[in-house]
Design a protein around this ligand. Structure first.
Ligand SMILES: [Zn+2]
Length: 192
């Protein structure tokens, strides 16, 4: 049985590390499980316990993205995390450079600390999936159900971009995604 891992945010105010801990939930198929106020530990950084962000969790796997798509998504998340300290900046970064991440926009927390933690959870979680490579059984990463749904939309958006022009370097993929996003945002005039 593969190990199931759930995100935890260290409660020690001087630490705050985001890590994944062995989950008490065994989630199979498309099942969804509610987690509220669950504490996990120890934090690999400081040894304190942490809190699993409240939410409805479901399982993700390596089939979420193709390996090249994982790279594109991870690089985009990293760029957003490094360059954006506010919700508005993160949204602007997606709009101007990473249109394929549009589905994540409604999920980005308004609070700056929570935004950083959310991006960390995504990066650490996806990083664990990538790191597991062809290891079998690969660990199952549990993420918020809405996030997993959004990631499927991200995958579909990347698929649409890559379908039309292939193969192409990552820069062009991002450019295409941007164009696609701006097309979508074009408001349709109301019919009277
Ligand atoms: Zn800690």
């Amino acid at each position: 049985m593969p190990t199931q891992l759930i995100p935890v945010i260290c409660s020690n105010p001087s630490c705050g590390k985001v890590f994944f801990s062995k989950s008490i939930f065994n989630i199979s198929g498309g099942a969804v499980i509610n987690s509220f106020g669950m504490r996990c530990g120890p934090c690999p950084e400081c040894g304190s316990t942490g809190l699993v962000p409240d939410g409805q969790y479901t399982a993700t796997s390596q089939t979420l993205f193709r390996p090249d798509q994982f790279d594109v998504v991870m690089n985009a998340l990293r760029a957003i995390a490094v360059n954006s300290s506010t919700h508005d900046e993160a949204v602007a970064a997606i709009d101007s450079n990473f249109g394929f991440l549009a589905a994540l926009k409604p999920l980005l927390p308004k609070d700056a600390t929570q935004l950083t933690q959310y991006l960390q959870v995504l990066m650490v979680g996806l990083g664990l999936i990538v790191a597991s490579g062809s290891r079998s059984p690969a660990p199952v990463i549990q993420l918020d159900k809405h996030t997993v749904e959004a990631l499927h939309s991200v995958s579909a958006a990347l698929e649409r971009i890559q379908e039309t022009k292939q193969p192409q370097p990552q820069q062009s993929i991002q450019q295409e995604a941007k164009e696609e996003a701006s097309e979508k945002e074009e408001p349709t005039p109301p019919k009277k």
